[in-house]
Design a protein around this ligand. Sequence first.
Ligand SMILES: Cc1cc2nc3c(=O)[nH]c(=O)nc-3n(C[C@H](O)[C@H](O)[C@H](O)COP(=O)(O)OP(=O)(O)OC[C@H]3O[C@@H](n4cnc5c(N)ncnc54)[C@H](O)[C@@H]3O)c2cc1C
Length: 512
Amino acid sequence: MRAQQGLINAFQNGSRGEGIQAMAAGVDTSGRVVEPAREVPVAHDVDVLVVGGGIAGVMAALASGRTGARTLLVERFGSLGGAGTAAMMNLFYVPYAAASGPVRELFDRLIAAGGAIPGEFVVYDPELYKVTTLDMLAEAGVKVLLHTLVSDVIVHSSALRGIVAENKSGRQALLGRVTVDSSGDGDVAARAGAPYIKGREADGKMRPMTLIFRMGGVEVPRLVEYVRAHPGDFSPDPLQTMLDVDHQMIRIFGFFNLVEQAKARGELWPECYYFRVESVLPERGVLTVNATRVYGVDGTNAEDLSRAEIETRHQMLQLAGFAREYIPGFERSFILDSASTIGVRETRRIRGEYLMTEDDILAGRRYDDVVAVDANQQNARQQGGHPPDGKEGGPQDREARELIARLYIYEIPYRSLLPQGIDGLLVAGRCISVDHHADVYTRNQGSAMATGVGAGVAAALAARAGVPPRRVDIRAVQSGLRSLGVDLDLLRRLGPVPDRFDSVSSPQQQDN
Ligand SMILES: Cc1cc2nc3c(=O)[nH]c(=O)nc-3n(C[C@H](O)[C@H](O)[C@H](O)COP(=O)(O)OP(=O)(O)OC[C@H]3O[C@@H](n4cnc5c(N)ncnc54)[C@H](O)[C@@H]3O)c2cc1C
């Protein structure tokens, strides 16, 4: 990993990256361009620098700002939410009743604005999500820098001092006493030299990528009638096949036989085994389709990302044609829009001071250094619906065709946010230190939010105390989390597998 050593030159006055400098570089004999050393203006110098404005980064910045740290959030896209908005998702996979602190507050603000529906998970409107998170950050005094790609790290003596970013203003150094890497892919930690695992430990295979798109003009009542009349052709899991039109909760996973018919006529690609829709707007005839799949691609490789974008766009056309031709209610439907980015489920997980496993989750393991608690429904020892080997939803896929998930509550220790071998850095969100099977649970937005809040409070307190994150007072972090309203005792009160979601008591009723 290349780390920039001492290349910072603060320009106190004058052109802060306004001029575009040409690079005086040469191409050496091995076909590589040799970049000369150059001066990079310091555009910001803060207490806590948060890289990545997905939901983990939003929560980290919010918690850091509320804990009193001067906080900067850096995001490469023009809006916040990451996979949760740009990849066109529409639900937080965590029961409303299990959320607390800033997470519950986000849910409540969205609900009050007509942008979310609470339940066994929380369905939301991505556009209100983008605006509400910006508002919450502004109120917490967090500075947000959009359209800024982090491209390098600044490391002194195994401690991260900041990052180098590229944007329309040029190349900039952004300094922070503590940095939270919430880039999803662990870009900062990997560049800084932290060890990581990509994909499944045995063979490095990662879960498939998906381009989500929306279809309009669907006659939902006719669709629902059809699904009710053919229960054998759909997942038996009530959370996967959910037909609650009154509450705008529609999720349908299956159409297994119809897909086989279309494949026999060459109308769908051979690795397609199902069609899947979900929605917050069924009354307006709009459904989200989550059924494109590309396997064997790596979200940290630009060629693979390009291939996935191209392949899934062609799959989208096939799926829309299939729906119009085979599924009652879709006859007059059309593609309304597609996500602005391919959805990446799995890439790097940074190796931290603790590696959390699925066994920890199933055993309901509790930690002295707990900083996050999350809950979601899974099938134990499965792949969370997305096996890296392909054939998802195929006849052999018991998880899709037979199993019914149940709720798991689990704690996440601070050590899983602490990368090995590098100081000044925490990770939050999808890239925390868990194994491939624990990632089935923790890759969801609930854990991304909870670890974001945990990392944000810890980063702010470490910056204030002037100590590296690994030496922060963990009791002070836990007390800081509680003062933000975070319920760290959910697992202790309810155990790892409560019967039903409604039995998850509200954090307002907590006894601590
Ligand atoms: C198709 C699909 C469906 C899913 N469905 C659900 C679901 O229904 N419910 C659920 O809860 N979860 C779902 N998930 C999982 C979940 O959405 C993500 O794992 C979660 O949102 C990750 O949050 P994060 O903040 O860790 O990362 P991300 O959301 O990936 O955020 C990372 C952010 O960092 C930015 N970034 C990355 N690199 C850089 C860089 N170098 N410089 C600057 N910025 C950078 C990105 O633009 C992004 O905004 C789904 C995922 C996919 C792909």
